[in-house]
Write a protein that binds this ligand. Structure first.
Ligand code: SF4
Ligand code: F3S
Length: 329
């Protein structure tokens, strides 16, 4: 990262990011964080003057789904201006951060990539944001995931303690996710148990994690100099404070006992409740109904599929079979 990287104030207004888009972005972030609208001013001033936050993005035992989620937010159709060719969430997010190291996306390879990592660690000690994607295998001294001959575990132990904040991006980085599902032969686990004692840790589980929640977390860090309030397991309340079931657009059908009973039946075509088809919305906390996916255009239940509970602890083991109705509590 260039330590003199321009901040938003220098860049705005520009052809790429208008003042209007910037303020819309701030409004979306404040709404996502469930803050009163008066904080738009606080957030916009903080982002306009903040230097870019250096980011080290580590990718371990994963499918790169969270990186895909991150990149997909770069689609030009944006929730900021649906249907318009305006700056997207990621355009604006990338003006607040500098992704200095990302094994999948970076141009340098081999020794040069290692130099990028070491330069950031050295030049921005205590200032960089560490994002972890993927689980960390711990069995047999972590040998089941290595990068340049080093185990994921040793890289995490080197990088995470010196970060300003650590974000576990996605379910695998949170609690091991799919990699930790039974029988978990590699001893896969999440960031917090692999590297205990991290002070500034936040988890954004999901399979994958939603980039709007990533953006809101970073905005909160920059605007208030701290991570958003969160549960002891690291999940921030703004994104994981309420059950999907309570905010679901099909909830009235649930209350009226109007259930889909077979894929494609009349109830399914009419948008009725998916509980009998295995929906795990009543056991899952997430802001999916509000934030949605694909540029805020849709989300799983709106698309006609039940929630599989991908933001819940150990959902691969605890919420399967996915198409089986939840038992009574
Ligand atoms: Fe609840 Fe799922 Fe039915 Fe929505 S579709 S009301 S989350 S059970
Ligand atoms: Fe995951 Fe359920 Fe949302 S499956 S993406 S938490 S609707």
């Amino acid at each position: 990262m260039n330590s003199q990287a321009p901040n938003l104030q220098v860049e705005l207004p520009s052809d790429r990011i208008s003042r209007r888009s910037f303020l819309k972005f701030c409004g979306l972030m404040v709404a996502t964080l469930a803050l009163p609208a008066r904080y738009i001013d606080t957030v916009s001033k903080a982002l306009a003057t903040a230097s870019r936050l250096p980011v080290i993005w580590l990718e371990f035992q994963d499918c790169t789904g969270d990186t895909e989620s991150f990149l997909r937010a770069a689609q030009r159709a944006s929730p900021l201006d649906p249907g318009q060719t305006s700056p997207s969430i990621i355009d604006l997010l990338l003006d607040t951060i500098s992704v200095d190291y990302h094994e999948t996306l970076m141009v340098p390879a081999g020794e040069m990539s290692e130099k990028s990592l070491n330069d950031t660690l050295q030049n921005y000690a205590g200032q960089y944001l560490a994002v972890v994607e993927g689980a960390i295998p711990t069995a047999d001294n972590g040998v089941y995931c290595t990068i340049r001959g080093r185990t994921a575990l040793s890289i995490a132990q080197q990088v995470l303690p010196g970060a300003r904040a650590v974000i576990a991006m996605g379910s695998c980085a949170w609690d091991g996710g799919l990699a930790a599902a039974s029988p978990n032969l590699t001893g896969a686990t999440g960031v917090k148990s692999a590297v205990p004692g991290l002070a500034n840790f936040v988890a954004l589980p999901g399979c994958p994690a939603n980039v709007v929640n990533l953006a809101a977390t970073i905005v909160h860090l920059l605007a208030f100099n701290e991570l958003p309030p969160r549960e002891t397991d690291g999940r921030p309340y703004f994104a994981y404070g309420e059950e999907i079931h309570e905010n679901c657009e099909r909830h009235d059908f649930y209350e009226e006992d109007q259930f889909v009973r077979a894929w494609g039946d009349q109830g399914h075509r009419s948008g009725w409740c998916l509980f009998k088809m295995g929906c795990k919305g009543p056991r899952t906390k997430s802001n999916c109904p509000q934030v949605k996916w694909n540029d805020s255009t849709c989300w799983p239940i709106a698309a006609g599929h039940g929630c599989v509970g991908c933001t819940s602890p150990h959902f691969w083991d605890q919420l399967t079979p996915f198409y089986q109705e939840l038992p009574d509590d």
